[in-house]
Write a new protein. Structure first.
Length: 343
């Protein structure tokens, strides 16, 4: 059983340190923006939106990158600022400033982790309660619905006005991490930020269609198969219920699909009314799975994730699982009772 700690966001001193670090840069300083591996809408959107803001401030040597293969998931391949992306292998080895987005721990930065060891400061913008505190200046707000909320506040404090390009990036980040404004973190402040972004003239219908409602037919068939093998375990999590399924590399190959299409799968699985916890195992190698977990409020899945080597938020978390799918599911099941939320 858990005792909840009260999350606190950045202090005025943290904000001032971040603003000072950016303002201290000469225009020819090399700035490297990084985000977590397998970047999602928040990682890419907050990073590129902030990068465009730095460009407006006059930064001339800007790079944005993420670990692993330099492949942007198709739904995000239209984002403004993609021209700033470089492969991790080509990123400045010794930049003057590093800004890190949406990564709760160094382990999420893969081969870019050595960029935390630079002479210049490392700014960390994040919203994971499980953030480990790496880096020099911490703008980590566990109450923020997305890292883009933190990024927008820093841009405002740097007097960068929002334009449609910055807004499109930040809007993608906000809508992906709030499940299109459905999740609990959707506060009045989230809607006020959305209003400021929409006021720049961006088109929410177009953006949502590209990001959420546009998949190849093969992905629809793949979902049918993977959902067809979902298992419901009503007794798990002390009777709150678990629903889970898995997708293999072979499933992807048979339907000729890229791994990113599986990111939306958890949303179809978590619809299950009979289960508080939903889990999707996405195979990444022979005995390795990227695990996504969601809860509707009875279980703190970040506890489960941390216990199994990952991290995340109370109601959305993940980890890398090793072994067979049934073994990984068994390890999750065993952690659920200890992660029940009592208050
Ligand atoms: P996902 O299920 O991939 O959408 O991730 C949900 C949440 O869990 C996000 O906030 C991620 O940052 C976090 N997360 C997912 N996978 C991992 C991992 N392997 N290690 C740490 N955190 C993770
Ligand atoms: Mn993320
Ligand atoms: Mn996020």
């Amino acid at each position: 059983m858990l005792t909840e700690s009260v999350p606190t966001g950045p202090t005025e001193a943290d904000w001032a340190a971040a603003v000072a670090a950016v303002r201290a840069l000469p225009a020819d300083a090399r700035v490297l923006l990084i985000c977590h591996v397998n970047p999602d809408g928040d990682a890419l959107g907050s990073m590129l939106g902030f990068a465009l803001g730095l460009r407006r401030l006059g930064a001339r040597q800007l790079q944005a990158t993420f670990p692993g293969p330099p492949e942007v998931p198709e739904p995000f391949r239209w984002l403004p600022g993609l021209d700033l992306l470089v492969p991790a292998t080509g990123a400045y080895p010794d930049p003057d400033l590093v800004v890190c987005f949406d990564a709760a721990s160094e382990s999420r930065l893969g081969e870019l982790v050595d960029r935390l060891d630079i002479d210049g400061p490392v700014l960390v913008l994040d919203h994971h309660a499980s953030n480990t505190g790496f880096g020099d200046v911490h703008l980590v707000d566990p109450t923020a619905a997305a890292t883009s909320v933190v990024a927008e506040e820093l841009l405002a404090r740097l007097d960068v006005p929002l334009d449609a390009e910055i807004a499109a990036c930040l809007y993608v980040a906000l809508t992906t991490d709030t499940g299109s404004f459905r999740f609990e973190a959707t506060t009045p402040a989230v809607h006020q930020l959305a209003a400021r972004l929409l006021a720049t003239g961006i088109r929410p219908g177009d953006i949502s269609r590209r990001v959420f409602d546009s998949r190849p037919f093969g992905a629809v068939r793949l979902f049918g198969e993977v959902l067809g093998r979902a298992r419901l375990e009503p007794a798990a999590a002390a009777g709150h219920g678990l629903v889970w399924t898995y997708a293999t590399l072979d499933d992807l190959a048979r339907h000729d699909q890229r791994p990113y299409v599986l990111e939306a799968l958890i949303d179809s699985v978590r619809c299950t009314a009979e289960a508080d916890v939903a889990v999707v195992l996405k195979q990444v190698a022979a005995d390795e799975w990227a695990v996504s977990m969601r809860s509707k409020g009875a279980v703190d899945v970040s506890r489960v994730a941390v216990a199994l080597g990952g991290g995340g938020h109370r109601f959305a978390a993940g980890f890398t699982g090793r072994g067979g799918a049934d073994d990984v599911a068994g390890r999750i099941r065993a952690e659920l009772d200890g992660a029940l939320i009592t208050s």
